[in-house]
Write a protein that binds this ligand. Sequence first.
Ligand SMILES: [Zn+2]
Length: 280
Amino acid sequence: MAALITTVATVLAAGCGSSGGSASAPESASASPSASATSTPSVSDAGASALPSFPAATASPSLPAPSTATAEQRFIAAVFSDAQDEWQSIFQKAGKQYHPARLVLFSSAVRTGCGDETAEVGPFYCPADQTVYLDVTFFKEMEAKYGVKGYFSQAYVVAHELGHHIQNILGVSTQVAQLSQQYPAQANALSIRTELQADCYAGVWAHSAYTRNLLEPGDLDEALTAAATVGDDFLQKQATGSVQPEKWTHGTSAQRQKWLTTGYDKGVPSACDTFAAASP
Ligand SMILES: [Zn+2]
């Protein structure tokens, strides 16, 4: 029942490197989901699997830790720019053109290429203007409401949103939108796989940050806590007191942690084909 969408196959050779590991290092040998029959219409990752791994580690200064609101915004911008540089380098090595995304920090409301939005909506990516929109109060709310703290939890959110930009460039978003129209009953399942892939892409960036000595002990844990907090089951339970899986669009806390970890362990976008996983 899978409607297989084939996109233009990339002719690029697949890279498959990964960094060696110490105790806290990303592992290259973690389990990955098997690609077998699935009841969800399949979506090609349109060449992500052919993108090479990140370059070897080089010494680089640590990301600045914010101490004021303005510094926090600078940190977010620095993470965004770093993640974007890494993706640009991945695309370049694969002989693909990278189109930079923009970052807009806002408070209360913002006018976007996808319409007017309020801070209620949380961080989001608008494909129409290829921009990541971040409400500057979101992280404070995450901390106040759910106790999620730490700069790396913010970095994870930023990297996740940029992950949607990568999906947009690779044509994944378009395929998902088309399939969701074609198979409305699968729309939520497709949305979940899309979100989990963005989590995995965030993990790929975290892996690269690790190889460049930008991560401190506990950083990944912060991201994992954030990932668990934005899981559909957790948020739904908080909001309604019950859990209704059929309404999920982002994946459970466990799924989000699993794919973030997969990206972090493997460090290559090819590890992030959530659409091929039998159960993501
Ligand atoms: Zn998302």
